[in-house]
Design a protein around this ligand. Structure first.
Ligand code: FES
Length: 108
């Protein structure tokens, strides 16, 4: 069991006959207090964001390429930057590295 990272198959983002490639996925497990939003940039780099609103800690909702807070309407872009208040601070981010066919979200 990994303790310092969460792994996701890169193929989760792949294009298939039935669906176009995905732009983001939500990663969660029982040990995480909040889910993680994993976004694939056009240059195939990835960004992982903690889905906890920096205003008062409400769990955020993914709305395509950005996140919204159902509590008071704050918005964050896929870089984790607060784009609409009342939240002023950006979201916590995690490093993402690729290893063979996997992406590892570094939780430290
Ligand atoms: S808790 Fe998210 S905007 Fe207030």
């Amino acid at each position: 069991m990994e303790t310092d990272g969460l792994s996701v198959l890169q193929s989760e983002f792949s294009e298939t006959e039935k669906s176009p490639g995905r732009q983001f996925i939500i990663v969660s497990n029982e040990k995480l207090e909040y889910p993680i939003y994993l976004f694939k940039n056009e240059d195939s780099s990835y960004k992982a964001l903690w889905m906890m609103c920096s205003h008062q800690g409400t769990e955020l909702l993914a709305a395509g390429d950005h996140l919204v807070c159902p509590a008071h309407g704050s918005e964050f872009n896929h870089e984790g930057k607060a784009t609409q208040g009342p939240a002023e601070n950006n979201l916590r981010t995690f490093n993402v590295r690729s290893e063979a066919d996997k992406l590892i979200i570094e939780l430290k």
